[in-house]
Design a binder for this molecule. Structure first.
Ligand code: ARG
Length: 468
């Protein structure tokens, strides 16, 4: 047994928790990173207590000065966190009380339950804003690259089989749509986090005349008009972890997006595809095979996406079936959130670096996309324009494909009479469809990979990015 009685809640206990229990139950090893938010919450709460007359102005000033000194020590890395004090809240309160007697009043009308819920919402707001900043950086780099490779045509794939030609820009713009949705999703996370639970107490509020709006305003939980945004039910407020789930979900979906990009880039940079070069700075060699250049950054991005999904899963399982309200299980909510934040953050930084340094191998792309079979669908469209029903057009072109395969010649080099003999809809100009230029010109509709819609999309993105 530990000698010291637990200072903060030890009143009813005759003995302190065992050392094993302290090691088991402490959270300061991971929640210390919330210290700056906890200080902000302490300041706002004590300012409010002074406003409603529970603290004198002198007491509040002493608490604020003590908290400022604490922050300075924190920034210098001078704080020694004590696991025997369990968590970041108790560590800060104890450190402060040692030099500021009035700090013993700081926890008035408050519980660690509403305190941690508030700290985490402050963390999540800042985290969501930072992730949005990184997503915006990636979007900007992607747009630059899309512009640079507007005229590079590559095969687009379905079932990992060459399907139809697309411009590399169109492919890169597809990722932009995904990351733009992530950007919006993190915006929604920020909005959800922007409600202040402080004042909910342990679960049942307080008998003291707390001014919840005041603390909410002081902590920046406000709407566009500066009006305080408060959680509406004390029991929900301290047990709700939805915004944690929202954050982890947004991170997991973003991970799915960069994992898919990574998979494309891994394939494209392989000798088999050879369409893309990844920057040396984000690749590694083999300790044994001197020729190797491995796409490790991309593989790690793919791998990181797994842990982002795992963290979401952990949080969902953690919350399901918990009775209202606070249960200590909820202390386990922080490591998955922090892990998702940390790994998403660095993943987006790495993604930006890889995107910045990547290059398409123009000659190989041209060769890969030169296969006229990629325009077989365009030949069917041609027949449709001659009045043939699409099903029959599809069948006719299938026959032409089979003939080319049998004769072992490219589809556009089959003898004239053989093809035109199939159906009178094949005119003298049937071979014209086997032109990439034509294929790009004819794709005019919004959102398609034709020359004009891609140009429009690139221009449109300039505006969209400015609006982010
Ligand atoms: N460290 C705790 C947590 O993260 C703070 C809340 C503790 N509340 C309690 N009733 N023991 O969940």
């Amino acid at each position: 047994m530990s000698d010291s009685k637990q200072v903060t809640w030890g009143g009813r206990f005759s003995d302190g928790p065992s050392d094993l229990m302290l090691r088991f139950s402490e959270s300061v090893s991971f929640d210390a990173r919330l210290a700056k938010y906890d200080v902000a919450v302490n300041k706002a709460h004590s300012a409010m207590l002074a406003k409603v007359g529970i603290l004198s102005k002198e007491e509040k000033d002493a608490i604020h000065e003590g908290l400022d000194r604490f922050l300075k020590r924190l920034e210098k890395g001078e704080i020694q966190w004590d696991p025997a004090l369990e968590d970041v809240h108790m560590n800060i309160e104890q450190a402060l009380t040692k030099e500021v007697p009035a700090a013993a009043k700081m926890h008035t009308g408050r519980s660690r339950n509403d305190q941690i819920a508030t700290d985490m919402r402050l963390f999540l707001k800042e985290a969501a804003a930072q992730i949005r900043g990184l997503l915006k950086d990636c979007l900007e780099i992607l747009l630059e690259k899309a512009k640079a490779f507007e005229d590079v045509m590559i095969p687009g794939y379905t079932h990992l089989q060459r399907a139809q030609p697309v411009s590399a820009a169109h492919h890169l713009l597809a990722y932009m749509e995904m990351f733009a949705r992530d950007y919006r999703r993190f915006g929604a996370v920020w909005e959800e986090a922007n409600e202040c639970p402080l004042g909910s107490g342990a679960l049942a509020g307080s008998t003291l005349p707390l001014d919840r709006e005041e603390t909410a305003r002081l902590l920046g939980f406000v709407d566009d008009q500066g009006k305080a945004r408060l959680t509406a039910n004390s029991m929900d407020a301290i047990s709700d972890r939805d915004v944690f789930l929202d954050f982890a979900q947004a991170a997991a979906v973003c991970g799915i997006h960069f994992s898919r990009l990574a998979e494309d880039f891994i394939l494209w940079s392989s000798s088999e595809f050879n369409l893309l070069v990844l920057p040396d700075a984000f690749c590694t060699g083999s300790s044994l095979m001197p020729q190797k250049k491995n796409p490790d950054a991309m593989e790690l991005l793919r791998g990181k996406s797994a842990r982002l999904q795992g963290n979401l899963q952990t949080l969902m399982v953690l919350c399901k079936g918990l009775p209202l309200t606070y249960n200590r299980d909820l202390q386990e909510d922080k490591p998955p959130v922090f892990d998702s934040y940390d790994h998403l953050f660095i993943s987006l930084e790495v993604l930006g670096g890889c995107l910045e340094g990547m290059d398409f191998r123009r000659e190989n792309c041209a060769r890969a996309v030169a296969d006229p079979l990629l325009l077989a669908t365009d030949l069917a469209d041609y027949l449709v324009q001659q009045g043939v029903a699409f099903r029959r057009a599809h069948h006719l072109v299938g026959t032409v494909v089979a003939m080319a395969e049998k004769a072992n010649v490219p589809i556009d080099q089959l003898p004239e009479e053989q093809v035109r003999g199939l159906d009178e809809a094949f005119g003298v100009d049937w071979r014209d469809v086997f032109s990439l230029e034509r294929a790009r010109k004819e794709r005019r509709s919004f959102g398609s990979p034709g020359r004009v819609p891609v140009r429009d999309a690139l221009l449109n993105w300039e505006t969209r990015l400015q609006e982010l």
